[in-house]
Design a protein around this ligand. Structure first.
Ligand SMILES: [Cu+2]
Length: 129
């Protein structure tokens, strides 16, 4: 069987030593050909021989160290959900700030202009007159 290359999402890394520690431990596992851990992207790229080791074994080993490890696919799904939630939050707060803004604009203009109904027609009349 040809080597398999997988990307894992790692959580709980605080510094470069954490990344190096995971890298070292994963590399030491039988069946692992290579492992690279990126602290900034919180990702680990693992190349392994699937006949000797499974991805679940690698994940279990990382978890034993005290870090979180998930396959990128599930992470992409949760990231999409997170993005959607923050978009919802953004739209909601936009709606709120818009109504506040609208009120203050109206309030500001109410000192200069007033709306009057003369013979059934709406007029915006300057208060200066
Ligand atoms: Cu650390």
């Amino acid at each position: 069987m040809s080597p398999q290359k997988e990307t894992l999402s790692i959580t709980g890394m605080q510094c470069a030593a954490c990344a190096a520690r995971i890298e070292k431990v994963v590399r030491r596992q039988a069946g692992v050909i290579d492992a690279h851990v990126n602290l900034a992207t919180e990702r680990a790229t693992v190349t392994f021989a699937p006949e000797d080791i499974g991805l679940s074994d690698i994940i279990a080993r990382i978890e034993k160290l005290g870090y979180g490890a998930t396959t990128s696919q599930s992470n992409d799904a949760s990231m999409a959900a997170e993005r959607f939630a923050s978009l919802q939050m953004f739209l909601f707060s936009l709606l709120l700030s818009m109504s506040v803004l609208q009120n203050s604009i109206f309030h500001r203009f109410s000192h200069i202009y007033s709306v009057r109904t003369i013979n059934g027609t709406l007029y915006i009349v300057s208060n200066a007159l």
